[in-house]
Design a protein around this ligand. Sequence first.
Ligand SMILES: Nc1ncnc2c1ncn2[C@@H]1O[C@H](COP(=O)(O)OP(=O)(O)OP(=O)(O)O)[C@@H](O)[C@H]1O
Ligand SMILES: [Mg+2]
Length: 138
Amino acid sequence: MIECTGLGVALGGRAILSNLELTVADGERIVVMGRSGAGKTTLLRVLAGLVAPSEGSVRLDGKLASTAGNIRMEPSRRDIGFVFQAGALWPHMTVAQNVLYGLGDLPRPEARRRMTEALEACKVADLALRCTSSWTNR
Ligand SMILES: Nc1ncnc2c1ncn2[C@@H]1O[C@H](COP(=O)(O)OP(=O)(O)OP(=O)(O)O)[C@@H](O)[C@H]1O
Ligand SMILES: [Mg+2]
């Protein structure tokens, strides 16, 4: 469960979100809508623990994850998946190399197996050797 209480976020000295109350129950799906610049990505970044709120708090499964000026629970401990709006890719690497990079220090054969599995699951195995630079600048 995600619980935001009195959540405020200021970036560059400007209030981006203020007094946001949000509760998302386990298994519930929500859509956050708003004009460009409304703060949708900022909200996701706060939930993921990449940005600290300036006011209020975020609780995850009842545990205090963020408070004003504080990221109390590291992003890696939050069990939150996050697809970035812009592809966070290495432009000099192929699709396969980018996926392998994300698999970190796994033994090479295991990393290759998982990479292949992931590309197949996403139906992009045929793009494995494509360099990403041509589409990161779209
Ligand atoms: N690091 C930052 N420093 C200062 N201002 C920022 C920073 N990141 C975002 N902003 C500003 O915060 C506001 C909200 O940005 P955000 O990216 O959350 O909007 P969004 O709702 O996701 O927009 P879009 O629909 O275009 O993706 C914008 O005015 C943006 O310029
Ligand atoms: Mg956005």
